[in-house]
Design a protein around this ligand. Structure first.
Ligand SMILES: [Zn+2]
Ligand SMILES: [Zn+2]
Length: 768
């Protein structure tokens, strides 16, 4: 590009806010400054990036910052203040300024880039086969930061002193590693080690090449722990039945699907159908776990994802994973190292202590993980990304506001899939997946995450926002923490608000919150709610007609109890006893009488309007599953029976604020009664049921043509439901979260979005 010379030299202090650290932004500024003949300096600040520049082409320079910044950067604002001429002679990158309000977006971890991949494959390169290769475009970021701004001295790379060669690259503007904070090489960087134990006790460091030792163990059908970016994975041969069942046994995880890491996209395609959009995510810069439709006959052990036709697949995202795959020729189970839904483990000592009886070897290294992060899990439905778990590469998620937040706010989310959010200065931040609260480990990680955010954003929350549910660990945290103001917000309203936050919506919307059970305003268990909501309040216009959860919590684990309750609503006890239904057959007749008694007398049978529980009930009535090993299993199993063809919805009625599905129950019983081919009946029931839920959304939305439609809640993790909603709406636009989790992982985001629009303690006091 030819730039024309301006007539006057101008100087300005330029503040750039947004995602501008850890994305190669300063080197980019440096190159643009050179190109435009600008003198001065650029530096990271707590707020973003500050440029002091002077020259004839200052306007062109500022325009260039906006128009061709690195892809991974996100500019929220550029603010330029004119200054007196200073007479700089060069342009340089200066040390970061630590003072000021910390509002810069936290840089995110990135998977190994292609340029580094090529270097590590090149025997002539000095980083040939180096397990920690990275550059300004790739490598660890958030997981190694102690406090912003992002500089090596405030990361866990601080203890590794750069060798002269690395130091030269770091300060050479022409280098790909110019100011790449985690830069290192085999001379000066972190080191691998491999640990084994006899009888899972007394761990000793193995001699020889750690990667070779690990690969050997994997080939022998053993289980290892491997330190990734945000935590350890448990890994083993995904094609070996004995090994995978052994892992399930040791980890006490019966049937919840396990993620699989493959050497390449081609290898993934051998086991799953991958469309173009999915491929782009799989191979993209984050390399998240992508949930795909698995092929019927594959080399994978059936124990990887029993009973469902989905597979969570991803590619090696660090140089270390990649080197490991050079030595094996089978895909690996790569599941977070933890017990059930606890947080991911980040230290070797903790692996030894907590999972010492699960693993046979540990591939460790001495670059400390400062902030734990699980792998991100997404699925792509008709081109739309749906985030199921927000972690590595995607968290912390941040949003810049156009004005300052009145009250620094911390919101503590819900209970399962816990995450926290903060609003301070001009930023809203949602943290990554913590896990299900309620264990010592998870609650500890929850506390640590809050402290990390307090440190990152240098703030003390003056207001806390949590869920209405009194028994959540997060609610107990709130009760014991000090703050000027504590607010509780209804769970399903928070789901709608979370989606509004992601899209920056403030106006009145029509919201469908379809979820598991959450605390309602009236002390009841909600979960199938249609709300008209804005950022101040909501009105519940429809809900699923409440049905009994016979046995309370037990019904959540045993869908057959909910199926039975729905039958009791429609039929007499005698009719039910004689019924030809898989739900009825799952009980002995005296059990059915007992359940009926509980149902009639309303003994430990709380009523719920939860859509998640209706999914479970239909999973029972349709003979898909009668008791669950993990949350959402009913929906996942049914999903596996649905294909791309259109399905006729079952009947349902809308009256007096309730969605009544009685007609659907009759139709399901009828299909079963008439069916000869049980598998065909299952396909029909699954497809038509999901079509019914989509039809509810479309039919109600048709009554409100002027409102934006927002959907949210765990039920929308169902791929087929999203597909049918997209189809049902046709041209009408609707809002569903893409970058933040569509499930309880973003309750905290909804809470904080409400918080920043509903003002101070003082205001509420004035009303009195
Ligand atoms: Zn790179
Ligand atoms: Zn070096």
């Amino acid at each position: 590009m030819e730039l024309s010379e301006g007539s006057i030299s101008k100087r300005a202090l330029i503040t750039v806010r947004g995602l501008v650290q850890g994305v190669g932004f300063r080197p980019f500024v440096y190159r643009e400054a050179k190109r435009c003949g600008i003198k001065g300096y650029v530096t990271n600040t707590a707020e973003g990036v500050l440029i002091d520049g002077e020259g004839f082409l200052l306007d062109a320079f500022i325009a260039a910052l906006q128009s061709h910044h690195p892809d991974r950067a996100r500019i929220d604002s550029i603010w330029s203040e004119p200054a007196e001429s200073f007479g700089y002679e060069t342009f340089e990158i200066r040390r970061s300024i630590e003072e000021g309000s910390a509002t810069a977006a936290i840089p995110l971890d990135t998977a190994l880039c292609r340029a580094c991949e090529a270097e590590m494959d090149d025997p002539k390169n000095r980083r040939y086969r180096y397990p920690f290769i990275n550059c300004t475009d790739c490598g660890p970021r958030y997981t190694i930061i102690q406090t912003p701004p992002y500089d090596r001295v405030r990361t866990s790379m601080k203890r590794f002193t750069m060798c002269p060669e690395c130091a030269a690259e770091y300060s050479d503007p022409e280098s790909r590693r110019y100011h790449a904070e985690p830069i290192s090489c085999s001379q000066c960087g972190p080191k691998l080690s491999f640990w084994t134990s006899l009888n899972h006790s007394g761990w000793i460091e193995a001699e020889g090449d750690p990667i070779e030792s690990a690969a050997k163990m994997l080939r022998e059908g053993k289980i290892i722990a491997l330190k990734g970016l945000g935590g350890f994975h448990l890994m083993c041969d995904a094609t070996n039945d004995d090994t995978v069942s052994e892992l399930r046994l040791r980890k006490r995880r019966r049937s919840k699907p396990l993620a699989v890491m493959f050497a390449s996209l081609d290898r993934i395609r051998e086991c799953a159908a991958v469309d173009e959009d999915e491929a782009a995510w799989i191979e993209g810069e984050i390399k998240p776990i992508v949930i795909l439709r698995s092929r019927p006959e594959t080399i994978l052990s059936p124990h990887v994802a029993p009973g469902i036709s989905r597979i969570g697949a991803f590619l090696p995202y660090t140089p270390l994973h990649r080197l490991l795959f050079e030595q094996i020729d089978f895909p690996l189970i790569a599941t977070s190292a933890n017990r059930s839904e606890e947080p991911v483990i980040i230290q070797k000592e903790e692996i030894v202590q907590r999972l010492g009886d699960v693993v046979d070897g540990i591939l460790d290294h001495n670059r400390t993980i400062v902030n734990a992060l699980d792998d991100t899990v997404i699925q792509v439905v008709a081109g739309r990304k749906v985030t199921l778990r927000m972690g590595r590469g995607a968290a912390p998620w941040s949003l810049s506001l156009d004005r300052r937040v009145d009250l620094p706010t911390l919101s503590v989310g819900a209970h399962q899939k816990s995450a926290v959010a903060v609003a301070a200065e001009k930023t809203v931040v949602l943290g990554g997946h913590i896990g299900d609260l309620g264990s010592l480990e998870a609650d500890g990680y929850f506390d640590r995450t809050i402290n990390t955010f307090k440190r990152f954003y240098d703030f003390t929350p003056r207001r806390l926002i949590g869920d209405l549910h009194p028994d959540y660990s997060s609610s107990r945290y709130m009760a014991s923490a000090a703050a000027e103001e504590k607010v509780t917000l209804q769970h399903h309203y928070a789901h709608i608000l979370a989606c509004m936050a992601e899209y920056g919506l403030r106006e009145k919307v029509l919201g469908f919150a379809f979820d598991g059970t959450g605390y309602g305003e009236n002390g009841r268990m909600w979960g199938g709610e249609v709300l008209i909501a804005d950022v101040h309040k909501y009105e519940r216009i429809f809900c699923l007609r409440p049905f009994a959860l016979i046995g309370g919590e037990r019904a959540v684990k045993e869908p057959r109890r909910i199926g039975l309750a729905l039958l009791f609503e429609r039929y007499t006890l005698d009719e039910v006893l004689l019924m030809d239904s898989p739900c009825v057959e799952a009980f002995l007749s005296h059990e059915i009488r007992q359940m009926h008694h509980m149902w009639v007398k309303e003994l430990n049978s709380p009523k719920s309007s939860s859509m998640g529980r209706l999914f479970d009930a239909v999973a029972s009535l349709g003979g898909f599953i009668q008791s669950l090993d993990y949350e959402g299993q009913g929906g996942l199993v049914m999903e596996s029976y649905v294909d791309e063809r259109p399905y006729e919805p079952f009947g349902f009625a809308l009256h007096e604020g309730e969605i009544d599905v009685s007609e659907m129950i009759d139709e399901i019983i009828d299909i079963e009664h008439k069916s000869v081919d049980k598998e065909a009946a299952k396909k029909e029931i699954a497809g038509r049921f999901i079509a019914t839920v989509a039809a509810m959304i479309v039919r109600i939305s048709d009554e409100y043509p002027d409102l934006k439609v927002v959907i949210g809640g765990g039920v929308f993790q169902n791929r087929e439901l999203i597909r049918m909603v997209i189809h049902g709406f046709g041209d009408r636009e609707f809002y569903a979260q893409r970058d933040t989790p569509i499930n309880d992982g973003s309750i905290a985001l909804g809470q904080v979005w409400w918080g920043i629009h509903n003002h101070s303690v003082d205001d509420s006091q004035k009303l009195k």
